[in-house]
Design a protein around this ligand. Sequence first.
Ligand SMILES: [Fe+2]
Ligand SMILES: [Fe+2]
Length: 473
Amino acid sequence: MTTIDYSERIPNNVGLGEDRRLKRALEAWQPSFLDWWKQMGPDGLQSNDIYLRTATSVDTRGWAHFDYVKMPDYRWGIFLAEPEAERKIAFGEHASEPAWQEVPGEYRAALRRILVIQGDTEPASVEQQRKLGQTAPSLYDLRNLLQVNVEEGRHLWAMVYLLQAYFGRDGREEAGMLLNRRSGDPDKPRILGAFNEATPDWLSFFMFTYFTDRDGKFQLSSLAESAFDPLARTCRFMLKEEAHHMFVGETGIARIIERSCQVMREHPDKDPRTLGVIDLDLIQKHINFHFSVTLDLFGAEISTNAANGFSIGLKGRFQEERIADNHRLVDDSYPVLHPDDTRVVERHVPALNALNERLRDDFIADVERGISRWNKIIGSYGHEHRLSLPHRGFNRRIGLFADVNVSPAGDIIDESVWQSMEDGWLPSEADRSYVQSLMVEPVLTPGQFAHWIAPPARGINHQPLDFEYVRFD
Ligand SMILES: [Fe+2]
Ligand SMILES: [Fe+2]
């Protein structure tokens, strides 16, 4: 057996070379991670050379190093954003005290739970996406999928590092369990609902990276405010990578819309589905689905757990330090929509209890911006059709709207109305099989793109569009 120099093998800025205990823990975990990767990572692409971005340091030169690499040889590193000298806690009961470099004993369980929930989403999405390489619309898109996958693997490493470095034996056990749960497995599912849904096709993949990776952005942003400084610094660095995932989603959908609009302009009298492109109604249904499933990830609108996490300093608000208030929220209130028999009404509740809803509001505002950019594309082709977000109460499984039926327009409706309308609002079996009928084979010729999607505006890292982003020998 060859010995591996892990401090070299695992690029890091956490002094791994000098920390024998942590090194041993990571060395014990790393082979299980690789086994998991080979079993549950991208199917059938483990020996190809792929043009990937690897972080080798956190500075501007090192965080995005591009080269060909086989995925099992990817150097999953451990990086924390540079420390802020004498950083102070920005919110809650401990506001203006020094940030913690160790976990306070009384908050240990709550903090571990946060790390496990965040950590669990990272391998889950890799599992959900593992078959997509078989139907990639181009080498460019295939490479982007695999880039997202290896970086979700790195985000798992980031959470496992925190568990192993700060939580002793419990942390090691949790690190092991992160590799044991499986997306969609009824016996050992991933923790959160959206991460057990299938990602069966590329339309779903782009929607997932647009909506669900954006949930990641907002969760990481509020954890980047944490009083526990190693967590804050870990999340700050992860956010840099997350931006690319959302870019893949937004531009992926934009290119599908572009292509559909082109074809519809050439054949204004024909049903787009007879022309092999994805109609805008179908895109709208996918927006309805992915938006509502992702909203559930923010948790219940009114939550004492969220209040507690804020008060004790574990999780702040989005861009906490830019908010002009006293950062304690003890006497404040916040408007929250409630279903009330026949209509939706706004009620003010204690702001501390409404933190999940507040983060959901920040998310919705961010999502809206992309929708209007998509609508500009449609408008530029002279179409009147516009995409929109459904009401936040639509198709929810968690929180105040879990037990009522809400239409996309925000009306509370009977179960019978819901039943009769559901196939018009959410992707039906027929819709899903239409999408899958477009995506039966991968397009693997450099510079070529599947019929249903337009090429991107530019390549990766200044490479041309016909660059060989993935090599098949
Ligand atoms: Fe991630
Ligand atoms: Fe991501």
